[in-house]
Each structure stands twice: as structure tokens, then as C-alpha cells.
Design a protein around this ligand. Sequence first.
Ligand SMILES: Cc1cc2nc3c(=O)[nH]c(=O)nc-3n(C[C@H](O)[C@H](O)[C@H](O)COP(=O)(O)O)c2cc1C
Length: 186
Amino acid sequence: MGTPRIVAISGSFSRPSKTTSLVQHVAERISDRYGFDSVTYDMVEVGPSLGNALWRKQLDDRAQHVFQEIVEADILVVGAPTYKGSYPGLFKHLIDLIEPHELKSKPILITATGGGDRHALMVEHQLRPLFGFFMAHTLPTAVYASDRDFVDYAVSSEQLGKRIDEAVSEVGAFFPTITANRAAAE
Ligand SMILES: Cc1cc2nc3c(=O)[nH]c(=O)nc-3n(C[C@H](O)[C@H](O)[C@H](O)COP(=O)(O)O)c2cc1C
């Protein structure tokens, strides 16, 4: 196996975006700990062809590229902003264009952001079942962040950092050879 690739996908089309900043931060933490490559995409990068597509072949090249990256990723870090207690509709449409077998058994670290704490269980009640449909391996620890966890769109709270570390520590179980080799080298 070559260097595993993390694909971080943010369901936000805001720029700047707390969600994009969060998934990028989590992907960097995984990269630092395990030596994986990482790339981050947001909904702006997917672009406008998504809204009109019922099938992947109807997407333009840039959107096709993001889908290719998602389905070929060794691990996904997925993040969605909370809209009315759930993920945004356009993000769901992106997931709708993925075939069930393409995410089967894939490790997915799920994250979400929201204005406050009221919808903190959005990760458990909305995102986890969404990927359950695909029989993906969502990591046991999901990460939810609210406005007060960020300063200037950067992850800043210690509590959130600890939660991210907990989730990142669960990644190793999916890559036992790499984890064992790194432990032996330390
Ligand atoms: C249309 C809309 C609906 C929202 N609904 C909720 C909500 O139900 N619960 C919540 O906690 N925050 C809600 N928010 C706030 C966003 O979830 C929050 O600001 C999020 O971090 C934005 O992420 P972003 O910076 O990546 O766009 C809503 C924001 C918008 C624009």
C-alpha cells in the first residue's frame, strides 16, 4: 500500500467557512500523526453542475474529479454545517450521487458545525445513519463544533482539540501495518 490518502469534504459553500476549516484541521491532525497525504474540498469546489445532475455522468469535469477523489480515498473526513437541525440539502445531493458499494467499509470521521450546542447530536442522528446506509465504517467518535470553538474561522478551543485527538486516535485501527511500523520506529 502506498501512502494512504485522506479526502476531507466540507458540505459548506461559505468562504470562509468553519466547517471547511474544521475538516481541514482534522485531516492535518491525521496527517501529522500517521503520515498520510490529505486534500480538502468544499461545495464551491464541487461547483454548480451538482445542482442539475441526477447522474454522475451529467457532472462537469471539476465535480467528477471531486467524486473520484471521494470514492478512491483511503479515509474520508466529512463535515457539514447544521441547517435546520440537519445537513444542507446540496450536501445530501452530493452523497446521493455516490453508489452504495463505493463507500462500503470506508473509514469515515464525521464532523459538523452549528451556531450553538442545541444541535450537537446532529452528527449522531443525521450524519451517522446517512453513512450507515452505505455500510461505511464511521469512527466511534464524531466531532461537533459550535461558533465559540473558533476564532477567525480557526479551531481554537482546547475542548474541541481534545475531542479531535480522540477521533484521530481511532484512525490507527484501520491501518494496522502503518500504525505498527510507526510505533516500532518511535
Ligand atoms: C440556513 C441556515 C440554517 C441554520 N440552521 C442552524 C441550526 O438549525 N442549528 C444550528 O446550531 N445552527 C444553524 N445554523 C448556523 C450554522 O450551522 C453555523 O453557523 C455553521 O457553523 C456554519 O458553517 P460554515 O461557516 O461552514 O458555513 C444555520 C445557518 C444557516 C445559514
